[in-house]
Design a protein around this ligand. Sequence first.
Ligand SMILES: NC(=O)N[C@@H](CC(=O)O)C(=O)O
Ligand SMILES: [Zn+2]
Ligand SMILES: [Zn+2]
Length: 426
Amino acid sequence: MGTILGNGKLLNHTGDLIPVEVLVEEGRIVAMGESIQRDGHDWVDCKGGLISAGLIDVHVHLREPGFEHKETIETGAKAAARGGFTTICCMPNTRPSIDSVETVTYILDKAREAGMARVIPYGAITVRQLGKELTNFAGLKEAGIFALTDDGVGVQSTAMMKKAMQAAQELGISIVAHCEDDDLLIPGAALHDGEVAKRHGLPGIPSESESIHVGRDILLAEQTGVHYHVCHISAKESVRLVRDGKRAGINVTCEVTPHHLLLCDEDIPENLDTNWKMNPPLRSREDRAALIAGLKDGTIDMIATDHAPHTAEEKANGINRAPFGIVGSETAFPLLYTHFVQTGELTLKELVELLTIKPAAAFGLPYGRLEVGAVADLTIIDLETERTIDPTTFASKGTNTPFTGWACKGWPILTLVDGKIVHQDV
Ligand SMILES: NC(=O)N[C@@H](CC(=O)O)C(=O)O
Ligand SMILES: [Zn+2]
Ligand SMILES: [Zn+2]
């Protein structure tokens, strides 16, 4: 006995929406067609919504272990399921950081218990993310990490990064980088180093603090042959470097966040609401345009949220002292659908691919495809009903979003992981 997802729509090869039913049995998609024999199967009404392969988010912060007041694996994986994400990859800047087999195993166990989105942890590149000593890559790989990163901080030493890439390449693990050169940072800087920071009399975070690492690392990736992936790309120079790297045949990929695609520093409210403070910062209008251009021409491979929950108390510390980061799991698809697909900037097919098959392909994940035989990770999205973003309804512990009150369509109403319903709002 299986479950039929009925009354749904499928994006076909030409990008048209056609009626579809999907039969799920024992965690797999076993049939798809305009109409499937009832045969005593359960039947779930998709209410005319889009049936997509489950969304994949390669960049989230789940905060556990160590910062459970901000988020737990359970609340973060639930928030992801609510946002239509079936696979999420969690960052190692926890306490302890994810730099040992024990912590990887702890997270995988907790995630299994939660039974929400599938969670695949990153392993840290360096012990305690201090940039001094490489972690046990082979052990971490064996324990089940997604890839290696020190996200939260940049790897400052060029020699350390080169050593990491050589070792990762030999083991077939990707190196994922938070690109930030600390030498170029002014302590307390919270906004992009541009007109807006200047107008407020604040020190800025320069674009080069990101792009210098992007350039450095692409050259090292060329030398070492590793798959190198840039986190949350934000500056136009970084986009150019990735584009040039790809043209030169270097194995480089990158992600962009919904907030860097939707917002720029000019949008930050005059009161400097700390829900607009994130790392990297919202950059200039031209940077934002370069990100959109990069997304369209294939330079940018995927969209990832950088879901970074913090408590309201922490965020109440003023623009200089509040922590960097905003939540994203529960608003990503509706924001992107409303502001890129409905406006004609991207097709629905392009958006879905940027959140499914593109991240899966870049990292070799066996998910992201809607086809018979595939793992039944599925997301059903209501493309019609408009709702307003309301953080009080979030499953995440974090309510730190600049998008409160934004009216959107494209809300995920049903999420299945391994054929099991993990979110249902129909
Ligand atoms: N993006 C952020 O602004 N913050 C992240 C760290 C990170 O992604 O670098 C966090 O852990 O809060
Ligand atoms: Zn980062
Ligand atoms: Zn991050």
